[in-house]
Each structure stands twice: as structure tokens, then as C-alpha cells.
Design a protein around this ligand. Sequence first.
Ligand code: FAD
Length: 608
Amino acid sequence: MDTDSVIGLGETIFDFVVVGGGTSGLVVANRLTELPDVRVLVLEAGTNRLTDPRILVPGLAPASYEDPDFDWDFRSIPQEQLHGRQLVGSKGRTLGGSSAINLGMIIYPSQTGMNAWEQLGNPGWGWPEFAPYLRKFHTATGPSDSIRAFFNGMQYQQRDQGCDGPVQVSFGDQYMPYHAAWFETFQSLGYPSSADPIKGGGIGPFVSPGAVDPATHTRSHAGAAYFSESVQQRPNLRVVTGALVERLILEHRNGSAVATGVQFSKGDRTYTIAVNKEVILAAGATQTPQILELSGIGDDGLLRILGIDPVVNNPSVGENLQDHGVVSFGYEVADGMPSGDMARDPTVAAAAMAEYQKNGSGPLGMVPMVSAFMPCLELPDEERAQLLQRMDDLSQGASRAILKQSQAVRQLLNDPNEPTVQYILAPFQLLPRAGPSPKDIFGLGHPGFFISIMSLLSHPLSRGSVHIRSNNPGDSPILDHGILTHPVDVELQARHSLWMEKIAETQPMATLLKENGQRLHTPERLTDLEKAEEACKELVLSMYHFSGTCAMMPREDGGVVDPRLKVYGTSNIRIVDASMFPLVPRGNIQATVYAVAEKAADMIRQDV
Ligand SMILES: Cc1cc2nc3c(=O)[nH]c(=O)nc-3n(C[C@H](O)[C@H](O)[C@H](O)COP(=O)(O)OP(=O)(O)OC[C@H]3O[C@@H](n4cnc5c(N)ncnc54)[C@H](O)[C@@H]3O)c2cc1C
């Protein structure tokens, strides 16, 4: 399909117009066009780079960051709580969206976390109903026998995995000694792996599989998986790239707003396309609220100031932004030990590329990260009670929306079986202080060889927002990440970060690291909670898990969509991307995005 063409577009009546050809948009477009009578148009602002090596080769993802052909490259406003630092907001701007440029880790949400979605007023969204969709989107290929032996204690059963979904999920073939030591170190600390995260429970270390096709060793993202060559042949599907959706054309009918068309620009022309049944918003958590606001759905006051006629007053549009902040500690490796930092030597980089081109193996063809879900171990019962009390005190007088969410998060933090953090081991250096440019953070610019241990709060309480800055659709929205604005998050993040020092000094990890070697996070070992809190504020970065800005919740609780994903006050606009998450789930979120979109597609098919 020539996705750059608009020829004949005006002559077709589309039943559904999907805004955004990213992770969720392509899932829904694919599933709807399985029905031959349903005509779907996808409008994607970004490029079609399906055959570009920076997307195809999993290990080349960082080469796409900040390039406008791949990345929206947002920056937050200065974050007061982080001493005025700006955070990066990379986000895919190409067919496949963020799944085409992300780090490829596939991690599943927890049972308790999903049940919290349902408890927030969303019948049908608890774990039992949601879990099948976590399998529907993917086909898993298990680890080889040698990889299973390498990761002593790894939990994995083929019967638990997805077996016929479009996204290919697999393990790598060349892990480093730190990866095996990760498992053994947690075991030494008394926390062996207890369950495969796909089952929604358990704590301890696990190997994060990657969205990599084991046959071709290429990235399996939404573009490759849901917009494959055979799907491109469907006569009832049309995809146009380079099409920036500016606003929806709305009319009032019987007390609600009806979308009758979509206005978009391509090149220097503006087009309006009629829609027969529904508009499906899938522009991601940063731009779905932008499009609603540009169309007159949002906070009346803000819209009027910016010269937009309000159609539906809902001040919750663009609020409730959630993200996982990630704090990374860097440890120098022992002399002679390998590190991904070796790739800064052009000879080593060329050898890795040659190995990849020969048979797809090696570091470029895999996702080289392992993780662990853990409770907060350095938190004695009495201090835990104090922390929860602090949380309750801080919630006093909060809006109904925040109060309800705080209660849900409180339950999660109080559950002894629910992790409060995800630790990740990456066998290369990260330089948060060199930010906000991702090229500097990922650029391996510090001399020497390092690994990184990272911590991400599983259930953050901090909230940010994203709103339009003007009525010009070409202006990027005002992004206020809000990471670590909540004092309880700062304390929890610091306590978890202190534990990263323990991981690094426990055997066998300790022997792989240089004794008294350089540390990229702080010159001295952190022992003190206050100093750790300060370090977290200096180091925390966005994990690019934008979500929650058009949350699925009752409208009086701060919701923007109902449990059928319909935008309140409208009759034919749905949201299917990460902006509908009421609470960000534990871990990396693409698996949850895929599953939400699969469930959304089923709902839409039932409803029309
Ligand atoms: C650098 C990076 C690394 C990440 N690493 C991981 C990881 O390892 N594991 C994991 O699970 N998750 C990861 N994530 C997160 C995950 O990829 C995203 O949360 C998920 O893909 C978001 O899906 P979405 O459908 O909500 O939005 P997207 O996939 O971002 O899709 C939105 C699409 O809408 C388009 N669009 C936006 N505005 C308009 C407009 N006005 N008109 C037309 N089109 C528009 C965009 O160009 C984009 O293609 C990462 C994300 C990034 C950016």
C-alpha cells in the first residue's frame, strides 16, 4: 500500500477513522478490517519507515531518538520538584508508533493492578476478563535449553503464553555474565524467581522477553505485526501517513456531540474526511487529549482562553498524566569483563553488526534486559504504617478523583504480594545527568565500562498533565511529567534505590564489578535516606510510559471515557490508547496497550 497517497480518499465513505497508526491504532484497524464490510481509514502523522534498519534491528532503537522522522521528541516543562530539570518525552512518530522505536521489553501487568482498574468503576476490566487479551496479541517462542540452563531458576511454561497473536515475543541468545548473576544474586538475598509475570503475580527476578521475531531477528512492532504485507492487501483498509489530524468535526445531536468528520493536514493542504460510524482516537497519551482539546472537548475555561469554542466541558481531559520515573545507578565492571559500552569502539560495533547480518544473533538482535519485581524490603512494618499514614494525610482535602486513586494505590502498596518496584539490569551505561537529550543519556559518553541497575516505582502516586499551548495543531502540547511530585513516591523511590547498592555488593554480582570502581550515580555509597531522595531527584528520567490523560473512570471521579471507551458527552468517539489507563500498571506498558486495544476492538465489533 502506498501510504503516502491521498488519491481517491474523498470518494470513499469510511465507517471508522482511526487517529494515529501507532501501537493501539494499528491493532484496532487490523481487527475491524477482519470484517470485510467494515471500511477503515488510519491517519498517521508520522512516516512510513517499515523497512528502515533503525526500526528493524532491535538494538538500533536509540539511533532513531530525536530524529523527526521517528520521534516526536517532546520535552517537559522545567520540573520544580526536580530542581527545574527538564525530562525527555520520546514518542514514536511513524507507523507502529512508540512500539517501532521502543526498547522492546515485554512485561505484563499484575492481577491486583488490573483488579484496581475495575474497582475504580470499570466493570469488565478486572484480571479475569483482561488476561486473555494479554495472550491474544502475541505468539511466544520459549527460551532455548541453553538459555534456560543459563538462567538458573527461570520460570516459564509454554502453556501460559500467547500462541497465535501477531506480535512475536522471544528471548535472546547472547546474555552476559551479569544477567545470570542477577538471578543468583536475588537468590542469595533470599528472593528466587517465584512466577512468570504473565501469570500476574509473584516477586523476584525474571527474564524480560523482547518483541523480536525469532525467525527474522527483526523488531516485531505494531507496524510489522498488525500491518503486515497481507493486511496491507485488504481492500477495506486505507492508511495515510504524513497526515496530521488537527481536529474532529463535531455536531450536537440529542444532547451529545457527534463526530461527523476529521480534519487533517498533509503537506501544505488541509482535508476533511467524513466518518460514517465512529472516530477512534489512538494518538497516544500526549496527543489524544490534544486532539480532544483542539476539537472543543476539555476544560471550558482553557479552551475559551485559547480561542476554541467549547463543545463538551470536561476539565479532566489531559489531567492525571502518569509515567514511571526511572532511577539508574551505574557501576564500573571488573577489568576484562564485557559491557555494552564496548560498542563505542567502531571495530566492536562493526563486528556486532556483521554478526547480526550473518545470522541475526548477538546483542543487536535481542532485548538485553532482565528485571525483578520486588516489595520494599528496607521498610519495617512501623515505618510502612507511617508512610501510609503520610499518604492518607496528604490525600486530605484532595479531589474525589485523586482520593479514589490514592485509595486504590494504597491497597496495592499494602498488599504483601504486590511488588512496589521493578528493578532492571542493563549491561551498558546510562547518563541521566547528561540529559535531557536522549542521545547524551544513551550515548555511552563516559569513559570506561559500566552496567546500570535501575528502579521504577510500580504504582506511582505522582500525577502530571498535558494540555494544548495554543489553538495551532502544529504546536506541541505543554507536557508536565509530574514525576516525583508526591512525597510518598520520593521516599519509596529512595528506599528502593538504596537497595540497588545492596544488589551491586551481593555475590555473585559483586565479583563482576570493579572493587572501588567508578560509580556514575554518586561518588560515595548511598546509605542515608535523605541523600538517596536527593539523588533520585537528580537522576530520575521518564521511562516513556505516558498514560492516564483521558482516564476510564466515572465522569465525576475524573473520567474522560466510560468502560466501553466512549468519550463522555459524545456518542461516537472512543479512545483505545494508553491515555485511557486509569492507573499505570506495574512494569513496562506496551503489553497492556496491546491488550487494551485488542479488548477495545472486540467491544467495537460487538457494538456496531
Ligand atoms: C523510547 C521508548 C522506549 C520504550 N520502551 C518500552 C519497552 O521496552 N517496553 C514497553 O513495554 N514499553 C516501552 N515503551 C512504551 C510503549 O512503547 C508505549 O507506551 C506504547 O507503545 C504507546 O502506545 P499508544 O498506542 O498509546 O501510542 P503510540 O504507539 O505512541 O501511537 C500514537 C501514534 O499516533 C500518532 N499521532 C500522534 N498525534 C497525531 C495526530 N495529531 N495525527 C495523526 N497521528 C498522530 C503518532 O505519530 C503515533 O504513531 C517505550 C516508549 C518509548 C517512546
